[in-house]
Design a protein around this ligand. Sequence first.
Ligand SMILES: Nc1ncnc2c1ncn2[C@@H]1O[C@H](COP(=O)(O)OP(=O)(O)OP(=O)(O)O)[C@@H](O)[C@H]1O
Ligand SMILES: [Mg+2]
Length: 269
Amino acid sequence: MTDCLAGVELYGLASRRVISGIVDRRRVERIRSDVEGLDEVLRGGFIPGSCVVISGGPGSGKSTLCSQFLFNGYKNHGEGGIYVTCTESPEEVKNNFRDHGWDVDSAIKNGKMKVIDMRPVVATESGLITRNEAVFQGEKMPFSVVAKATLDEIKRAHAKRVVIDSLTTVEMQYKDQFEVRQGLLGLIQGLSSEDCVSLLIVESIGPHRGIPVEWALSHGAIQLNYSNENSEVVRSIQVVKMRRTAHDQTVYGMEITNEGIVVHTDVRV
Ligand SMILES: Nc1ncnc2c1ncn2[C@@H]1O[C@H](COP(=O)(O)OP(=O)(O)OP(=O)(O)O)[C@@H](O)[C@H]1O
Ligand SMILES: [Mg+2]
């Protein structure tokens, strides 16, 4: 049984289900992803104010999942979205939307979507690649600069959905893991003080070297994977962690189609 209010869903578990040995009896406000299969795994959607890490290897679908989340917010619920890019150019980011038929241009025109260019290096008009001085403080592009630009825009546009693509670009400047942890904590605390859901992309193929610091500090973590079986790529998704809610931790099959990501909750990988 669900009540839906402009993209915020109150998920009442009328038919209670045991999830990883836990019965969730509470009604918790949710922000629906409207990504096929994902809200079912999340037991209704994301929790407002949460910062959720989306981890995966190259080409695993991170940017697609996050773009779809932003565009669905605009299209289905009239919610504003912000895409902070630290890797691809704003035009490439927009192309990722356009390729799936998501009319990002109309969303931008209507003031409901903004792509913020936070790449550490950019091309000049003469074609030279140079440091993007706007984002640097001394030799580093600090987490605080990314946080401030994002928070300013959230407030200005009353955005409800935020994507940072990717945290890895900022993190890899720091050799000292304590500095990464401090920077991440500040960013997460800032974002979670706003009434929005933030998806934070991390380039990773899994926790092979201990617990990823992003998983430890964030409210939630979703891992995207792929493997090869009989020369076929098998994509999968797992909700590893989600504070304040029971959720399904099964590794499910996932597909990237012309229409975006589809989570196959009938296929266990
Ligand atoms: N229309 C489509 N139909 C099926 N698969 C597609 C389609 N468009 C893209 N893909 C797949 O999606 C992958 C790219 O997805 P995406 O850009 O979301 O990955 P990513 O995890 O963000 O990658 P990166 O680490 O390079 O940023 C491509 O490598 C391709 O396999
Ligand atoms: Mg990407």
